[in-house]
Design a protein around this ligand. Structure first.
Ligand code: 13P
Length: 249
């Protein structure tokens, strides 16, 4: 049985002092040993959040990293820096990074490999635009993203990975994919992993749904057989996140 993983993606929100206050506010609300709970936070919040979460069930993730080991890459943060700071997860290939910062699959493949090498667990994002969905190429597009981003990654590493399916049209729009739509694509991603690797790897990899997840729709989404939790944006910044994490209580 795969353990559910419910992660907040804070995006570019919360100053360091606000971050520490939010950790304190949510502390008792996000206690649920049945699931893995992760806060993916802005780089500048990592150190204070790691400290604020000591002794709790919540793990810390980064929202991005660079693939090079170290050196003259002004403004970038390495996998080793994240690891040393106490980070366990890192979001790679969020649609906002693909879109606004022009990150392509070749770059993301390098990031995935470097994260794994450093001992971080990538949360690899994929998802289609509304236009692609309407053209009927959702699964073709996502299969291409998955195959490109995981090029050369070993089965044993893929088994430990988290993949987040986030339809771009559902992000921050209040327009959640229907449970059936979300399950269809998450199941399709699992089939794709089974094809590239094998059935055991596909059964092990955890696949989240993201896109307007809230306290009202989380339980239904997470009850699906191929949806192993969620990547939550807006609702992770408030007390509602506790209800999402404790969806099974
Ligand atoms: P929202 O939950 O705000 O739609 O954001 C989803 C997301 O992009 C999480 O990574």
């Amino acid at each position: 049985m795969r353990k559910k993983i419910i992660a907040g993606n804070w995006k570019m929100n919360m100053t360091p002092s606000q971050a520490v206050a939010l950790c304190a506010e949510l502390k008792d609300l996000v206690k649920n040993d049945d699931v893995d709970v992760v806060y993916c936070v802005p780089a500048i919040d990592i150190v204070p959040v790691v400290n604020a979460l000591k002794g709790t069930n919540v793990k810390v993730g980064a929202e991005n990293m660079y693939f090079e080991e170290k050196g003259a890459y002004t403004g970038e943060i390495s996998a080793a820096m994240l690891k040393d700071a106490g980070v366990e997860y890192v979001i790679i290939g969020h649609s906002e990074r693909r879109d606004y910062f022009k990150e392509d699959d070749a770059l993301l493949n390098k990031k995935v490999k470097k994260a794994i090498e450093a001992g971080l667990t990538p949360i690899l994002c994929c998802g289609e635009t509304l236009e692609q969905r309407e053209m009927g190429i959702t699964m073709d597009w996502i299969r291409m993203q998955i195959k490109s981003d995981l090029q050369g990654v070993a089965a044993a590493d893929v088994a430990k990975l988290v993949i987040a399916y986030e339809p771009i049209w559902a992000i921050g729009t209040g327009k959640t994919a229907t449970t059936a739509q979300a399950e269809e694509v998450c199941g399709g991603i699992r089939e794709c992993i089974a094809e590239i690797y094998d059935k055991a790897t596909a059964e092990a990899v955890r696949i989240q749904y993201g896109g307007s997840v809230n306290a009202g729709n989380a339980a239904e989404l997470f009850a699906e057989k191929d949806i192993d939790g969620g990547l939550v944006g807006g609702a992770s910044l408030k007390a509602d996140f506790g209800k999402i994490v404790c969806y099974n209580k």
